[in-house]
Write a protein that binds this ligand. Structure first.
Ligand code: 2P0
Length: 348
């Protein structure tokens, strides 16, 4: 197995054994990505900003299989088929074309996010896959190039390459659309799992519907650009209150946008609204907490680390403590020594 092939920044230099394993974490956006201007390159209509988490990692091994006729993808110990396998093969085709390789691969991935935790597993998954596949196929990529590559698997994966707070520049072409770390104050998130059933409409499909049918889409693009500029300034200034206010307002705007599609989509459930109200009440009581939610019913609450336990206690009273988890800032995608074992072996 390949080892010792990562730099401190997470950039990748070639592995020598045709196999590599990488680990990456999900991220939660404080300024959301919603809508593409180029579907095949996955260029977003506006930039976004997120916090990479320290929990719910995806770990992925890519092992070249020169004799194989097709790629094999094992996820959480089960052979994946259909769309999941096709997305991995499409992604590996891109890596192969850059590496000048015809070799198929065996991909083994373990995702620690509980099903329905509301954390886009595609971000951690494709960040880990991009990192491991680049190393296994011998591509020499710096961190921005790795972020651009991960973006081609899933837009939000561009941000999971990066530690802590990641700014994804929308860019105007493949070269200019990547994420980078920016300075920010210490942040914590309290994840409130409201409902763990699968979402009715995937984000990819819902983004398409939004662009096609919402009368508010142009306003969303321009207002997101403005929110992002303010958010970057607030991060650089270490202004937690401003970061929180933009986070909550931008999330609510995204859900309003999504509700304005034809036919409409609504991801938030009554219990999500109850959590949103509880967050307002926490602020009224003097605890700075700000809510956000992705394309699903679960709510994540941004706090200062010192307030996270109090916020978790309050949300636990509403949802039950099993449904509440405190998470912090996490590392960017990086290579690790231990491969994911084949399906059927211990640990999967
Ligand atoms: C975000 N989401 O900024 C937003 C907020 C969901 C809601 O990024 O089509 O899975 O693979 O590029 O990355 C989900 O979008 O979509 C997402 P694709 P992705 O986190």
């Amino acid at each position: 197995m390949s080892t010792d092939v990562t730099s401190p920044t997470g950039s990748v230099r070639p592995a020598e054994t045709g196999a590599a394993t990488a680990r990456a974490f999900p991220n939660l956006a404080l300024v959301k990505y919603w809508g593409k201007r180029d579907e095949s390159l996955i260029l977003p209509v506006a930039g976004s900003l997120s916090l990479t988490l320290d929990t719910f990692a995806a770990t992925t091994t890519v092992q070249l299989d020169p004799a194989g006729e097709q790629d094999r993808f094992e996820l959480n110990g089960h052979l994946a088929t259909g769309t999941a396998r096709d997305r991995v093969t499409t992604f590996l085709d891109l890596v192969r074309s850059r590496a000048g390789s015809q070799s198929r691969a065996i991909v083994r991935s373990v995702n620690e996010a509980p099903t329905g935790a509301g954390l886009a597993s595609s971000a951690a998954g494709f960040a880990a896959l991009a990192t491991a596949a680049s190393a296994a196929y011998g591509l020499e990529l710096d961190t921005p190039a790795l972020s651009r590559l991960a973006r081609r698997g899933s837009g939000s994966a561009a941000r999971s390459i990066i530690a802590n707070v990641a700014l994804w520049h929308a860019g105007t072409d493949d070269e200019s659309s990547f994420a980078e770390e920016i300075p920010a104050p210490e942040l914590a998130m309290v994840i409130a799992t409201v409902d763990s059933s699968a979402k009715a409409v995937s984000s990819r499909e819902a983004m398409r519907r939004t662009a096609r049918t919402s009368p508010y889409f142009v306003a969303w693009i321009t207002s997101t650009e403005a929110s992002l500029t303010e958010m970057v300034a607030a991060c650089r200034a270490g202004d937690f209150t401003q970061i929180g206010e933009i986070t909550e307002s931008h999330a609510l705007r995204m859900h309003a946008l999504i509700a304005s599609t034809e036919p409409p989509i609504r991801y938030l459930r009554p219990a999500s609204i109850e959590v949103l109200d509880a967050v307002v009440a926490l602020r009224d009581a003097g605890i700075e907490a700000y809510a956000t939610a992705d394309a699903g019913p679960n709510v994540a609450v941004l706090t200062r680390p010192a307030d996270a336990a109090a916020v978790a206690t309050r949300l636990g009273e509403i949802l039950g403590e099993d449904h509440v988890r405190v998470v912090g800032p996490g590392p960017g995608a990086h290579l690790v020594p231990d491969p994911v074992p084949p399906a059927g072996e211990a640990g999967t």
